[in-house]
Write a protein that binds this ligand. Structure first.
Ligand code: PMP
Length: 341
């Protein structure tokens, strides 16, 4: 049954109108597009030209995926002519937590890594939204007696109109035939490079089957999260999300919405195990994360969620989130780090 859904998505999709939303615009990623604009990468304390920041093909990171990373967004504010990095400290803390799990000692302090991130964003000179990628990895060459722990930061512009289309219309997901990596096998709660093999095979399978994205179940068959985002559902006006022992990545956006956003909006929250069929009968559902921001899910396995359109609580959460990241909620300005002096 599950495999039928993956193999014959048309039977399960009630509309194909969103088919074009899945893949990033090719031109965006072409050399003549954004790639050409990315000039500098911070590597081990030095600002290098894009081409100079390289690793050896025999290094442990290339051969065994020995690395951890972060995904951080910076939002361009037209009114203030400023680029704001969202929750920089929390992301750097998670980078250090991920490194700790990997027994990799970072030779820079958290403050130095925060500064490196701000400097890389500033040096590239973008006046638009960015995705920022710090990465800590075992570099060097094969079987070195002591592998160096390298640290890099690069930034990529992420045009807002493309993202907004997804967020306005929502996405159609399927339950993946792959299960989320359990914490007894991989450190699911942190951002280990290797974890993303699990994410990528699930999202590639979903996209090939005509969906926009995949939702993982845990080994025990409970809902875990999306392939690169946490998940919330709404039932009887309560926001529900799987807890941190459901093999989820401990998402910063999830925590922001759960602990602060919902409270400010007067929405009840509940962190608990979620069954697959609860998704089918939910009033609303959405994905959240640095990449997905707050993206409504309009169907799962072809079954419409609620009315099959973006729900009212999801809209409220989206609005609150964008007001925060764009610096329109004064009390949360301490979550934003300005890039330009
Ligand atoms: N789960 C996974 C697997 C992710 O890759 C991400 C994106 N980092 C998230 C959840 C959301 O986490 P955050 O809100 O910290 O970006």
């Amino acid at each position: 049954m599950l495999y039928d859904k993956i193999a014959n998505p048309k039977t399960y999709l009630h509309s194909r109108s969103l088919a074009g939303l899945r893949r990033p615009n090719v031109r965006e990623n072409s050399r003549s597009g954004v790639l050409a604009k990315m000039k500098y990468i911070w590597m081990n304390g030095k600002m290098l030209r894009w081409k100079e920041a390289t690793v050896h093909v025999s290094s442990p990171v290339v051969n065994s995926g020995m690395g951890v990373f972060e995904g951080i967004r910076a939002y361009w504010s037209k009114e203030r002519s400023q680029l704001y990095i969202f929750r920089l400290k929390e992301h750097v803390q998670r980078l250090f937590d991920s490194s700790k799990v990997h027994r990799m000692k970072i030779k820079f302090s958290k403050k130095q890594v925060e500064d490196a991130i701000v400097q890389t964003a500033a040096r590239n000179g973008f006046r638009e939204d960015l995705y920022i990628r710090p990465l800590v990895f075992r570099g060097g060459i094969w079987r070195m007696p002591e592998t160096p722990i390298d640290v890099i930061v690069f930034v990529v512009p992420t045009p807002r109109p493309e993202r907004m289309k997804r967020m306005k219309r929502g996405v159609r997901c399927c339950i993946s035939s792959w299960r989320r990596i359990p914490d007894i096998a991989m450190p699911a709660r942190v951002k280990t490079c290797g974890n993303y093999v699990n994410s990528r095979i699930a999202s590639m399978e979903a996209e090939e089957a005509g969906y926009d994205g995949a939702i993982f179940l845990t080994i025990d068959g409970k809902v875990s999260e999306g392939s690169g985002a946490n998940i919330f559902l709404v039932r009887k006006r309560t926001l529900i999300t799987p807890g941190v022992t459901s093999d989820i990545l401990e998402g910063i956006t999830r925590e922001t919405l759960l602990s602060v956003g919902a409270r400010e909006l007067g929405i009840d929250v509940c962190e608990r195990d979620v069954d697959r069929t609860e998704l089918y009968v939910a009033d609303e559902a959405f994905l959240c994360g640095t990449g997905q921001e707050v993206t409504p899910i309009v169907s799962v396995d072809g079954i419409p969620i609620g009315k099959g359109s973006v729900g009212s609580i999801t809209k409220k959460m989206q609005k609150w989130f964008f007001e925060v990241v764009e610096g329109k909620r004064a009390k949360h300005m301490d979550w934003l780090t300005p890039v330009y002096a």
